[in-house]
Design a protein around this ligand. Structure first.
Ligand SMILES: NC(=O)c1ccc[n+]([C@@H]2O[C@H](COP(=O)([O-])OP(=O)(O)OC[C@H]3O[C@@H](n4cnc5c(N)ncnc54)[C@H](O)[C@@H]3O)[C@@H](O)[C@H]2O)c1
Length: 378
């Protein structure tokens, strides 16, 4: 098939940029990554060399009419500025999570994208992977009956993680935002919008000392800026009630829990941070079944959301990792903090259309070979 790919620039050449560029160069024909920029010149030069890209300043990228799309892989604190400038220059943007740090900034970016008639898509895109698309299939086919309730639990050790990525102990970067967003996005894509949330929070051991000798902040003290243990109850528009537990101060291995309870069955999803999370379906009078994947993209396919957005632009249909769903999840997590801080139930202001499921049947290494994009082209 003859397609004209969208020309894109990568902004932020850090840890996650490799898998993005590899996916886009090897798997998805719809995006042509042509340039990159990072404030850190060494990282920018390495990325440009490794992937045969042009290293350009952000000003030059924005001024280049040939570049239609910005893929924003900077740290969350830079997201607002990078996205805003790109939208102002009438470029489509796909950004890593979260959309911004402050709620108002996220809202402003969505408004700007609408006003300038350009697309804004935001990660996580793991909900487009085989694991969560299969969970969606199971629920849509009625295999658990009516979804009634859900449990989310996520534990991590941010004494380790935040010593590598300090923003994880800062406002807008804590565990509910950084990793909880995968769980809340998976649920949003399956259940639809939430309507209200009530939460408690605790800021445990606020003073920290940098422990990693390979980091410039070794030996320096820093402060955990927001509650690092959060529990919440979320009510969804479809009536599902969800209990949420986020704890970034647990030293044991992660034990991700994402379970949906219906009136005809129970579905245990795997880690929604992965593309190939398993789905264990329990029906009455039967052993639990490890449900086979109904969808493709089992391997690490970060960049899939950007590719799907590029296909959507080409085909003039809505893209799935939409700014509306991303902003709603962002508001939901902010709502947990607002509720905890004000001892009040937080009523969500935003809503979104549940993204259409991807077509079933496409397996990434299937009969058309590893670069087939049949799941996204239609
Ligand atoms: N590391 C992961 O496993 C992972 C996984 C999924 C998503 N993410 C998300 O991806 C994004 C990037 O994460 P990362 O792990 O690659 O971080 P990183 O710190 O390794 O890389 C971020 C890069 O962005 C650059 N940068 C920051 N502000 C900039 C600006 N204004 N202009 C140009 N460059 C700028 C930094 O110099 C750095 O090289 C974050 O939003 C993160 O939440 C990370």
């Amino acid at each position: 098939m003859n397609i004209t790919p969208l020309r894109a620039a990568i902004i932020g050449c850090g840890v996650i940029s490799d898998i993005y560029i590899q996916s886009l160069q090897n798997k998805f024909k719809i995006i042509d990554v042509v340039a990159c920029f990072d404030l850190n010149e060494d990282k920018m030069a390495n990325t440009a060399n490794n992937y045969h890209l042009r290293a350009m300043s952000y000003e030059a990228i924005l001024a280049d009419d040939q570049i239609q799309m910005i893929i924003n892989l900077t740290n969350p604190k830079s997201h607002y500025d990078i996205i805003k400038q790109a939208l102002e220059h009438h470029k489509h943007v796909f950004s890593e999570k979260m959309i911004a740090v402050n709620l108002e900034d996220g809202q402003e970016l969505c408004q700007l994208a609408k006003e300038n008639h350009v697309r804004l898509g935001v990660a996580p895109d793991t909900f487009l992977g085989a694991g969560i698309q299969t969970a969606r299939y199971i629920v849509d086919k009625g295999l658990i009956g009516h979804p009634l309730s859900a449990i989310v639990s996520l534990n991590r050790d941010f004494d380790v993680y935040a010593d590598i990525f300090p923003h994880m102990n800062q406002v807008g970067g804590t565990l509910p935002f950084d990793t909880g967003c995968y769980y809340m996005t998976a649920l949003a894509s399956i259940l639809g919008p939430a309507i209200r949330v009530s939460a408690f929070g605790r800021r445990y051991r606020p003073e920290r000392i940098g422990k990693r000798t390979d980091r410039p902040w070794f030996g320096e003290s820093s402060t955990v800026e927001a509650q690092n243990i959060v529990t919440a109850i979320v009510e969804y528009e479809n009536g599902t009630l969800c209990t949420v537990h986020f704890n970034s101060e647990n030293i044991l291995a992660e034990d991700p829990v994402l379970t949906l309870f219906g009136d005809e069955g129970t579905l245990k999803l795997g880690d929604p941070n992965n593309f190939d999370s398993p789905n264990i379906l329990q029906k009455p009078n039967n052993d639990p079944v490890d449900f086979p994947f109904s969808h493709g993209y089992r391997e690490n396919s970060r960049g899939l959301g950007a590719a799907e957005m590029a296909w959507s632009i080409t085909k003039q249909r809505p893209h799935r990792a939409s700014m509306e769903m991303a902003y709603h999840v962002f508001e939901l997590i902010h709502g947990m903090y607002i509720s905890a801080n004000q001892s009040q139930i937080y009523e969500l202001q935003s809503t979104f259309e549940k993204p259409a499921p991807l077509p079933t049947g496409y397996l990434d290494n299937g009969f058309w070979g590893p670069t087939e994009e049949s799941a996204l082209i239609f």
